[in-house]
Design a binder for this molecule. Structure first.
Ligand SMILES: NC(=O)c1ccc[n+]([C@@H]2O[C@H](COP(=O)([O-])OP(=O)(O)OC[C@H]3O[C@@H](n4cnc5c(N)ncnc54)[C@H](OP(=O)(O)O)[C@@H]3O)[C@@H](O)[C@H]2O)c1
Length: 317
């Protein structure tokens, strides 16, 4: 699905976003914050929900210091709670009725939660936060983008989706729980499958909405600390420490694939972008490797149906 990209796309290449309304999750930190900042800099109105209003307001204050007069709206959203996602989507529908959204960026995530944790809905925390919540949010907000020409849905996955496996008998880590190369990689593979399947469904109904996505490579953010807290598998920690000095990048560079997928004119429908450097760990956005499992059409259909069941939503396009 992906072909040409600009191998030196930078934040300054983000086209004018004047008149566009963006909703980005997880924008109080890391690559989400950097993406929100650049979109605001180019004139977008940005809705940035966080897990608390203080976190959202804190990010707004930081962006306003860089972009005085930016149009920014706080919100409260816990993607690990289906009720919170529903409540947040309801408030957005009330506050911005009609065809009101140009861009939805599903960025928020957690990585390698050391012990298996269940959410209020009884789902494994990483699968719920990284995948089920964003799926539900997208389904609930889609009516506000359906006829909006030029609108996009961007889903942030990860390079470890290549190591992911969708285990329908272990979606919640109930049979066995591996924090990184089990639950996390499964949730990020699910994100990529969702991005690609969503585009197929949009194409099938002739929708003007695009589904694109990306991964940031290895970007130094709070993710490494908030999830594993030094408890990720020893092998992963050793590899990360070895790679960090020469194959990691800052959050601003990690945001480039997201910004590319969200704004570049040259994106392909369903396009998936990541850094162009060694092992897609750092660099400028180009078409990224798509895991074979993410191209499995029957797997995608099955996962979609199971996700609708788990979230209690029918995703109407
Ligand atoms: N950094 C990397 O190298 C890397 C590599 C591959 C993929 N990614 C992906 O990039 C995305 C952004 O991560 P990051 O590196 O920027 O990490 P980060 O700095 O930790 O940011 C993650 C964001 O997600 C939010 N979040 C976590 N749980 C949430 C929940 N239940 N509800 C709502 N928001 C929640 C966090 O909010 P709090 O501040 O409240 O925790 C934070 O704003 C994630 O999807 C991650 O999987 C990152």
């Amino acid at each position: 699905m992906t072909t040409q990209t600009n191998s030196h796309f930078m934040a300054s290449d983000v086209p004018s976003q004047q008149g566009r309304r963006v909703l980005i999750t997880g924008a109080n930190s890391g690559i989400g914050y950097e993406a929100a900042l650049e979109l605001a800099r180019q004139g977008a109105e940005v809705i940035l929900p966080a897990r608390s209003v203080d976190k959202a307001e804190g990010a707004i204050a930081r962006i306003r210091r860089e972009v005085p007069g930016a149009k920014l709206t706080a919100g409260v959203l816990d993607l690990a709670s289906l009720a919170s996602v529903r409540e947040f989507a309801r408030t957005i529908g009330e506050r911005f009725p009609g065809q009101s959204l140009d861009l939805l960026i599903n960025n928020a995530g957690v990585m390698a939660v050391p012990q298996r944790e269940l959410t209020v809905d009884g789902y494994e925390r990483q699968f719920a936060t990284n995948y089920l919540g964003p799926f539900l949010l997208t389904a609930l907000l889609f009516p506000q983008m359906r006829q909006r020409r030029g609108s996009r849905i961007v889903t942030v996955s990860s390079g470890v989706s290549n190591q992911g496996k969708i285990e329908f008998d272990n979606l919640q880590g109930e049979r066995s729980y591996k924090p990184m190369f089990g639950a996390y990689s499964q949730s990020k593979l699910a994100d990529l499958i969702f991005q690609l399947e969503l585009q197929r469904r949009l194409t099938a109904v002739g929708s003007p909405v695009l589904s694109t996505g990306g991964h940031p490579g290895y970007a130094i953010t709070n993710l490494q600390a908030s999830g594993p807290a030094g408890q990720s598998p020893l092998g992963f920690r050793i590899i990360s420490a070895i790679l960090k000095p020469f194959a990691s990048q800052d959050a601003a560079h990690g945001a480039l694939p997201t910004l590319y997928a969200a704004t570049a004119q040259s994106v392909e429908p369903g396009g998936y972008y990541g850094p162009n450097g060694f092992q897609e760990l750092k660099g400028y956005p180009v078409a990224a490797k798509i895991a074979p499992a993410a191209k499995d059409l029957s797997l995608a259909k099955r996962l979609w149906a199971e996700t609708e069941r788990l979230t209690g939503v029918t995703f109407s396009l």
